[in-house]
Write a new protein. Structure first.
Ligand code: ADP
Length: 469
């Protein structure tokens, strides 16, 4: 059975089931017909014996039978016996060889050899002491003929019935499984043609196959999108890597041919250095992104004190301390991986300076609001036009490549990835020529201390900052 297709299996099961049902129906019909036949015969027997009883009388000690009395009528033989069970009139059927005791008014089945008889006795009293027995005897209805007929019909009809049941159920199963064939064919064609743009495209419906096909199409759509974005990513990454490589190669060739003075060589070397730095930054960012995506860089969550983390981060950043302002309440903590959180904040702060005014500032503030801890990095820089605010999170997207030299366009993608790994998300408010505010929303730890008044830890002396909301 395992080797058969599901369609054939369904057809076989249905056919067997139908066959079983038909056999049960036949058995039921036979038993019902037997009961009906016996009941009809019993009432025939009772009617005939009672009719004969009404035509029986005793006149002057002699038995008188009326003209309506029939010893044999409609298969019923009537016999008259004396009180002492001596046969007075009538003739027993030859095969009724048993001696059956008399029982007044009770119809019963009596076996005599191979035959079965229905017997009914009625006592006709005559005077105080005397009387006669009327015994009706009738062959029990034979079911055999009916059975034979039914079996004959069954023998003729059953094969045709079973064949049409098998064919019908196979066709129904085939039609029901057609969407599955289409799913299989689509999957095979995707496999052969390596084409993820194909869809099963079943019309929407509530049946399981339509739902399976819809889910399959959605899956294909997601696969196609992620495949496309992977392709795009590979193309972008190789392009971004190729650019500094070709600049370095070009610079080397130029230096070989034309650089004559030590000053010129020094300039070329500096340029090669910058491009090599850019490549190394790009490679480390790409590796970091891949590790985060593949989960090979484990996220070790622990309770992190924000003021401590931010103070040590500010110490590491190579920026003018008077341009960085911290507004972080004492004792505010989050559940985070400290090195990933520091990487996220460093990216945002460096961007704040990179895309800020030469004398601009960056403000870092933290607060607990509702069930979230908000960490905001705000600057008073060039801002981001509203049409680009969604795009800056994409890999390699740079709003203005001329600004922020050495940028790779990967920083904010990593920021968002780290936020998501912590169960959080990023929001941005930005006004061109006023500034930008990037906010990290993290779930607040359940027993986090209430937000106190922000303790201003100012590396410089500049308070406030632009309002970009
Ligand atoms: P990168 O800085 O390496 O170019 P990012 O992913 O960090 O890449 O940023 C993507 C783009 O978003 C930047 O190129 C820049 O145009 C814009 N951007 C990011 N931060 C700021 C900011 N604070 N102010 C203005 N523009 C920004």
């Amino acid at each position: 059975m395992r080797k058969l297709s599901v369609k054939t299996r369904i057809a076989v099961w249905l056919t067997l089931l139908m066959g079983l049902l038909a056999a049960l129906l036949l058995a039921f019909l036979l038993s019902v017909s037997k009961v009906v036949a016996v009941r009809t015969a019993m009432s025939q027997l009772a009617q005939t014996v009672r009719s004969n009883l009404s035509h029986t009388a005793m006149l002057n000690g002699r038995l008188e039978l009326g003209s309506g009395f029939d010893f044999y009528q409609d298969g019923v033989t009537t016999l008259i016996y004396s009180r002492d069970k001596a046969l007075l009139a009538g003739q027993l059927p030859a095969s009724f060889t048993v001696e059956e005791a008399f029982q007044n008014g009770l119809t019963r089945m009596v076996s005599a050899g191979a035959e079965q008889y229905l017997v009914l006795d009625l006592w006709l009293p005559m005077g105080w002491e005397n009387g006669v027995w009327l015994r009706g005897v009738m062959e029990a209805p034979e079911n055999r003929r009916l059975m034979f007929k039914l079996l004959l019909v069954a023998l003729i009809i059953m094969p045709a019935f079973m064949a049409s049941a098998a064919l019908g159920s196979y066709r129904i199963a085939k039609r029901a499984f057609r969407p599955l064939d289409s799913i299989t064919a689509t999957a095979a064609s995707i496999n052969e043609a390596q084409d993820l743009s194909r869809r099963i495209g079943l019309p929407p419906g509530k049946d399981e196959f339509s739902q399976l096909a819809a889910a399959f199409d959605q899956l294909l759509q997601r696969l196609e999108r992620s495949f496309e974005s992977e392709k795009q990513f590979t193309a972008d990454a190789s392009h971004e890597l190729r650019t500094p490589v070709s600049i370095i190669t070009g610079a080397c060739e130029y230096a070989e041919r034309y650089d004559e003075t030590g000053e010129e060589r020094q300039e070329t070397i500096a340029m090669i250095h910058r491009q090599a730095d850019k490549m190394s930054q790009l490679i480390s960012q790409l590796m970091s992104m891949t590790r985060l995506e593949q989960g090979t860089e484990p996220v070790r969550l622990e309770r992190v004190s924000l003021d401590k983390l931010l103070r040590s981060l500010c110490g590491e950043l190579a920026c003018d301390p008077s341009r960085l302002v911290l507004e972080v309440p004492n004792g505010l903590t989050v559940e985070a991986d400290p090195s990933l959180l520091a990487r996220l904040l460093r990216n945002l702060v460096e961007n704040g300076f990179k895309y800020g005014r030469p004398d601009g500032h960056v403000w870092i503030s933290a607060a607990k609001e509702g069930g979230e801890v908000l960490l905001e990095v705000r600057d008073d820089g060039m801002g981001i036009p509203s049409g680009q605010q969604d795009k800056i999170w994409q890999r390699f997207y740079r709003a203005d490549p001329a600004r922020g030299e050495g940028g790779t366009g990967l920083g904010l993608s990593i920021v968002r990835q780290i936020a998501q790994l912590h169960g959080g998300y990023m929001t941005l408010e930005s006004v061109p020529r006023v500034g930008s505010a990037f906010t990290l929303h993290l779930p607040a730890p359940e027993d986090a201390a209430d937000q106190g008044s922000p303790i201003k830890f100012q590396t410089g002396k500049t308070p406030g900052g632009p309002s970009v909301s």
